[in-house]
Write a protein that binds this ligand. Structure first.
Ligand SMILES: Nc1ncnc2c1ncn2[C@@H]1O[C@H](COP(=O)(O)OP(=O)(O)O)[C@@H](O)[C@H]1O
Length: 294
């Protein structure tokens, strides 16, 4: 029930108030040299956050987190919701890939970690996230949908220390579908659009369809510009799935214990899952109104 009340706030987003989330506090916390001393850090964060925490969480933009295994579709659904709710979609995986493709000092270090399917250190992630949040703040954005962060208990604790996350959506899909989805993922090198060339059809023992996910094919403009993520090979995806279970699944429990976790089993591809997700989030009316206004 607590969770339902939290995201009922998403029903009235027409007038978004400026976010009470203190980007500056998060940036300072993440970039603080005292990061090595967690005890000090927590006390600093708690004292800062008490002044930045909203008394009425519904009077500001949503602050949501998307959790889920590699390939589940966090990016797809987080990005759709970010457009619907008018909040930035911040994917730490995208931040890592941007840094990788730059000639910045971290690029070669990141290439080695990502190519093994391992997690980047919390410090590097905090640094990339801090920069992204500062850019967001400069554009006057507020609220967020985080995707791919937090991925460790420490990241979750730090985030919890600086701001109130309203809701954590945990997307779930069968493991054989996850691997197939990662292997079929394609990205347009020009516009960054995400597609999937695999048709997933899983049947039960009696041969009845259990899960069907149609391919998400690119428009003609993108078709000749598709690339594959370098970490979407079978061996690396399996390693990412293993690390997710070991390191990131405890984050689900972290939020479950705080009454913030919404479990969502994807019933199929986007056409089947999107309306159900909107329903689970009480956002059908908003989606309907926006579609009608467009
Ligand atoms: N919060 C994070 N903590 C540590 N490493 C991260 C984090 N977010 C992204 N990464 C790094 O970036 C890579 C790509 O992230 P992402 O696109 O979210 O992958 P996935 O498809 O595995 O969910 C990860 O395998 C990891 O190396």
């Amino acid at each position: 029930m607590a969770v339902l009340n939290r995201f009922a706030g998403a029903r009235a987003p027409a007038t978004f108030y400026s976010s009470m989330f203190n980007y500056y506090a998060l940036w300072k916390a993440f970039s603080s040299s005292s990061l090595s001393s967690e005890v000090d850090l927590k006390s600093i964060l708690l004292s800062r956050s008490s002044s930045s925490r909203p008394d009425r969480p519904m009077d500001r933009n949503v602050q949501w987190v998307f959790l889920g295994c590699p390939g589940v579709g966090k990016g797809t659904y987080a990005s759709r919701l970010s457009s619907l709710l008018g909040v930035p979609h911040i994917a730490t995986g995208d931040l890592v890939r941007e840094e990788l493709s730059s000639s910045g000092p971290l690029a070669s270090q990141l290439a080695e970690i990502v190519s093994q399917g391992k997690l980047v250190s919390d410090e590097i992630i905090f640094d990339l996230l801090s920069k992204r949040l500062r850019a967001s703040e400069a554009k006057g954005e507020s609220g967020f949908i985080l995707d791919g962060f937090p991925r460790t208990i420490r990241q979750a604790e730090i985030l919890e220390g600086v701001t109130d996350v309203d809701l954590v959506v945990n997307l779930k899909l069968r493991e054989e579908a996850l691997l197939a989805k990662c292997l079929g993922r394609r990205i347009c090198s020009e516009c960054g659009g995400n597609y999937n060339i695999t048709c997933i059809e899983i049947k039960d023992k009696e041969g009845r369809p259990e899960l069907y996910m149609a391919p998400l094919l690119p428009p003609p403009n993108c078709a000749s510009k598709l690339i594959t993520r370098s970490d979407d090979t079978e061996a690396i995806v399996k390693e990412r799935l293993r690390i997710y279970k070991e390191t990131s699944q405890p984050v689900e429990d972290f939020y479950r214990r705080r009454g913030k976790l919404l479990e969502f089993d994807l019933p199929g591809g986007i056409p089947e899952s999107w309306p159900k997700l909107l329903q689970a989030l009480n956002l059908e009316d908003l989606n309907h109104n926006q579609s009608a206004a467009a």
